[in-house]
Design a protein around this ligand. Structure first.
Ligand code: ADP
Length: 240
């Protein structure tokens, strides 16, 4: 099967400091992949490269077969992102926030409106479409951001520490919504976190430490590869 995304030999330095040290991996369709790393591991740097915010010093990324270096517009059109910081306009309604994003991606307005109605209803936001985002809870704002990230039906969804500031119930709902999308649409999700419990139920865990992969596989295999015990014990010992 063709990979959804391929990261090939990424190197990124900040002066003397190496943030990504020749990082390579591929992502397959229909998986939630957790990128687990302690602070400073290189997660944000990787996401900044993947979202085209800056170029790596070496290496390339392919998304749905498009090279980020040679065809950046095509590669980026296949990516959806939920950023760590809330990034909605608080004064605009949910519908207007979503329409704005759809227009940026060139979605015809009838198609956009149909997807907005359907996707919001599926996530329990059907009654909130005309409300300003300011009136929504943190958990529902995150759900709007998820709907927004998926409106253009990207091949690859990036979630950058998406549960920061969410209560446990909202965190669980977000994970459930993501897993549903992975199962029903076969989307590929790369979920960055430093929270080991978010690797529970993931199809695959990539453990990032000092810009390199320490382990890669389903959660039990990763625990074993890192020395055994619980995933949390193994992760803390390996990244100490
Ligand atoms: P994470 O997101 O996993 O916490 P980062 O990608 O933010 O990791 O950081 C990776 C490494 O690069 C760290 O050593 C960090 O100190 C360094 N770094 C990140 N951003 C910068 C920057 N703008 N200037 C210098 N060093 C940076």
């Amino acid at each position: 099967m063709t990979a959804r995304a391929a990261v090939r030999g990424l190197v990124k330095r900040y002066g003397e400091r190496v943030a990504l040290a020749g990082l390579s991996f591929t992502l397959e369709p229909g998986q939630r992949v957790v990128l687990l790393g302690p602070n400073g591991a290189g997660k944000s740097t990787l996401f900044q490269v993947l979202t085209g915010l800056f170029a790596a010093d070496e290496g390339d990324v392919e998304v749905a077969g498009h090279s980020l270096r040679r065809a950046p517009a095509r590669a980026l059109a296949e990516i959806g992102v939920v950023f760590q910081q809330m990034s909605l306009d608080l004064d605009l309604s949910v519908r207007r926030n979503l329409r704005f994003h759809a227009a940026l991606h060139g979605l015809p307005s009838r198609l956009a409106d149909a997807r907005i109605a359907e996707d919001c209803a599926a996530r329990g936001l059907g009654a909130d479409l005309e409300r300003p985002v300011r009136e929504l809870s943190g958990g529902n704002r995150r759900k709007v951001e998820l709907v927004r990230a998926l409106l253009h039906r990207p091949a690859l969804l990036l979630m950058d520490e998406p549960t920061v500031g969410l209560d446990p119930k909202s965190r669980r709902e977000l994970l459930t919504a993501i897993d549903a999308d992975v199962r029903t649409r076969g989307s590929t999700v790369l979920w960055a976190t430093h929270l080991v419990e978010e690797a529970d139920g993931a199809d695959r865990v990539l453990v990032l430490h000092r810009g390199r992969l320490l382990a890669d596989g389903p959660p039990p295999a990763v625990s074993s590869a890192l020395g055994g015990g619980s995933l949390e014990d193994a992760f803390l010992a390996a990244t100490a």
